[in-house]
Design a binder for this molecule. Structure first.
Ligand code: ADP
Length: 657
């Protein structure tokens, strides 16, 4: 055995000392991450050795199995993380673990200076501080390392984290590094095998190299019948177990991953018990390199709509090292239903929450993800409509938000919208492109109607003229739809127009004959319209002869620029005392009721029943529009009185006949 050289005492660079003090004296929000940091360093070292071995086979010869090994010594109260990676020469030790080696640490210290020392613990927890995080748990850390290919003995680095460290040469048989933590008295929980297993599973499960540990098994000897032998000493066996699954399946190519493996991994990260609807797995190269494995679930998770949904965001890895579980910065909110992993090759390992929010790389990845996902959805819509409809029923309302929020991708998003319509039937959906494609040439606008359910909308009197002329009308039944329409405004230069708002002009009516008949109807109804306007002046904005009614006697119409019915409801929910928007009452000149009222008005313009009929007409219109009656009692009284008249007539007729 070689003799150890004399110890050399060195002082940490001031910045390192600052960092150490901070780590040691501040409450670190999650001490467990020390292991992640050390394993990640070890994994990097193995990667580098593996890389060097490509050109220099000698690097692997004496120890060909790439591996990270954890050792727990309960008596000495130490944890050691060993790797057979590249190792460090004495100069490298000094340069890497005594000065500031990485940009993350530098950024961290800059932050510290900016905040003049007042850093809340949770912020500290968000910065990885690499190797130095060992000092959260340890009052002494030793590093025994030997550079691959170095003929000289290894190097032993030692420090208690208080200002200085020592360096000396010391033997290590093979290449690699052992980082040993001498645990502080109150940190002994970290000697527990299950604790270590749990941390490895949580943070390093997908590290490519095996992370192993010697596990002790005690077994009492048994006799031939399988009964424990009384008084016999338990047999102790020690078995090296691999703690991580090493399944970085996103690092493999699509062809190499089995469908089952995709599903299993999805369930692991999403906690969903169903299979995913779609797997999106690709490798992005170019301005930024990353691999992404994303999943569209089949169903919205039960907590999806809660503000602090457990599973929102993607898992972020940097070079296979787990960084965070809920990286919301990677996705716009309208894609929040996606689950999965992004593994970047370019981000620094010590990336903090603040950095995530501002980082140019993150923004680049995000826009890449959006493009990819929207592309996959467009493809699904074209090639597998049923599947797309399944997706749409679950996540359509969320995806739609993007139309309003993501201007850059609006064109792509608008192609993904599908609606039920007067022509789709119960199960079908129509996209805007399909709508435009099948609309008659003379139709210049895209019509929609908003309301609660397709069934009720289909019955709406507002649609009578549209149905008669075979003009398709989209049903907007989501509360968010009015907002989406506002964001969209037009599709391919075709304005979106509510069938229930403003006056309608379905194009073909511009013939001389139809214009003439319209003018005649207006002239005929002039007196009735004036009468109704006066009688209902408090309740309606205006009264006019309808172009949209063919069967019903009347309907209520919102102003062209008024917010839609959904929006009105939302606004009312926020301001309870807000009166409903005043609407325009439209009357159907061809309806017998209207004709009758006109006749009565001509005969006796001061007939007392006229005012009552005006009220009834208005109340009917409220009901068909799904709006509440302002005075239900008067309404029922009037209907009862009308019925009484008719019933009496019928009864009289019956008895006399
Ligand atoms: P980071 O890993 O972010 O660079 P650290 O403070 O954790 O920061 O480590 C500093 C440097 O020390 C590393 O960049 C690496 O060069 C070296 N190092 C740390 N651990 C090991 C190891 N197990 N094997 C080889 N080199 C290591």
């Amino acid at each position: 055995m070689e003799i150890m050289s004399a110890k050399k005492q060195r002082k940490f660079k001031t910045e390192v000392q600052q960092l150490l003090d901070l780590v040691i004296h501040s409450l670190y929000s999650n001490k467990d991450i020390f292991l992640r940091e050390l394993i990640s360093n070890a994994s990097d070292a193995v990667d580098r050795a593996r890389f060097e071995s490509l050109s220099n086979q000698a690097v692997v010869e004496d120890d060909p199995e790439w591996k990270i090994k954890l050792r727990v010594d309960r008596d000495a109260k130490t944890i050691t993380v060993s790797d057979n990676g590249i190792g460090m020469s004495e100069e490298e030790v000094e340069a890497n673990i005594g000065t500031i080696a990485n940009s993350g640490t530098r950024r961290f210290l800059a932050e510290l200076r900016d905040r003049k020392g007042a850093i809340p613990p949770e912020l500290i927890g968000q910065f990885g501080v690499g190797f130095y995080s060992s000092f959260m748990l340890a009052d002494k850390v030793t590093v025994l390392t030997r550079r691959a290919g170095d003929k000289t003995a290894g190097t032993l680095w030692e420090s208690d984290g208080s200002g200085s460290y020592t360096l000396q040469s010391a033997p290590r048989e093979k290449r690699g590094t052992d980082v040993t933590l001498h645990l502080k008295p109150d940190m002994e929980e970290y000697l527990d095998e299950w604790k270590i297993r749990k941390i490895v599973k949580q943070f390093s499960d997908f590290v490519e190299h095996p992370i192993t540990m010697d596990v002790r098994h005690e077994e009492t000897p048994r006799d031939a019948d399988g009964k424990p032998v009384e008084g016999a000493k338990p047999e102790v066996t020690v078995k090296e177990e691999t703690l991580n699954s090493q399944k970085a399946i996103w690092q493999r190519s699509r062809a190499e991953v089995k469908e089952e493996e995709y599903k299993e991994f999805y369930k692991h990260i999403s906690h969903d018990f169903q299979d995913p609807l779609e797997v999106i797995h690709w490798n992005a190269e170019g301005k930024t390199e990353f691999r992404a494995l994303l999943y569209i679930p089949q169903r919205t998770p039960f907590d999806f709509l809660l503000p602090d949904a457990r599973h929102s965001g993607l898992h972020l890895y940097v070079k296979r090292v787990f960084i965070t579980e809920k990286c919301e910065e990677l996705l716009p909110s309208y894609l929040r239903f996606l689950r999965g992993v992004v593994d970047s090759s370019d981000l620094p390992l010590n990336v903090s929450r603040e950095i995530l929010q501002e980082d140019r790389l993150i923004r680049l990845i995000r826009s890449n993800l959006i493009t990819k996902v929207l592309g996959v959805l467009a493809d699904m819509m074209q090639k597998n409509r049923d599947k797309y409809v399944g997706f749409w029923k679950q996540f359509g309302p969320v995806l739609k938000e993007g139309v309003h929020l993501d201007f850059a991708n609006r064109e792509k998003l608008q192609e993904l919208l599908v609606f039920r319509s007067t022509k789709t039937g119960d199960d079908g959906f129509v996209s805007l492109a399909e709508y435009v494609q099948r609309m008659p040439e003379k139709q210049k606008e895209i019509y929609y109607i908003s309301g609660d359910a397709p069934d009720t909308l289909a019955q709406s009197p507002h649609l009578e003229a549209f149905r008669n002329r075979d003009v398709e009308v989209l049903f907007m039944t989501d509360p968010i739809d009015d907002w989406v329409v506002q964001g969209l405004n037009t599709y391919k230069d075709k304005p979106l127009r509510s069938a229930a708002q403003g006056s309608v002009n379905l194009g073909e009516d511009d013939t001389a004959a139809s214009q003439e008949s319209r003018q005649k109807a207006e002239a005929d109804c002039k007196d009735l319209v004036a009468h109704l306007k006066k009688a209902l002046s408090e309740k309606v904005k205006d009264v006019r002869v309808s172009q949209r009614l063919t069967e019903s006697a009347c309907c209520l119409v919102l102003d062209e620029h008024a917010p839609g019915v959904h929006m009105e409801r939302i606004m009312k929910a926020m301001h309870q005392d807000m009166p409903p928007a005043r609407r325009v009452l439209e009357v159907n000149p061809a309806h017998p009721l209207v004709a009758g009222m006109r006749a009565l008005l001509a005969k006796a313009s001061d007939h007392p029943k006229l005012a009552e009929y005006a009220e009834l007409l208005f109340d009917q219109a409220l009901l068909t529009a799904g709006l509440p009656l302002t005075d239900p009692l008067s309404f029922t009284r009037r209907v009862s009185s009308l019925m009484a008249g008719e019933v009496t007539g019928l009864a009289g007729g019956a008895s006399s006949g």
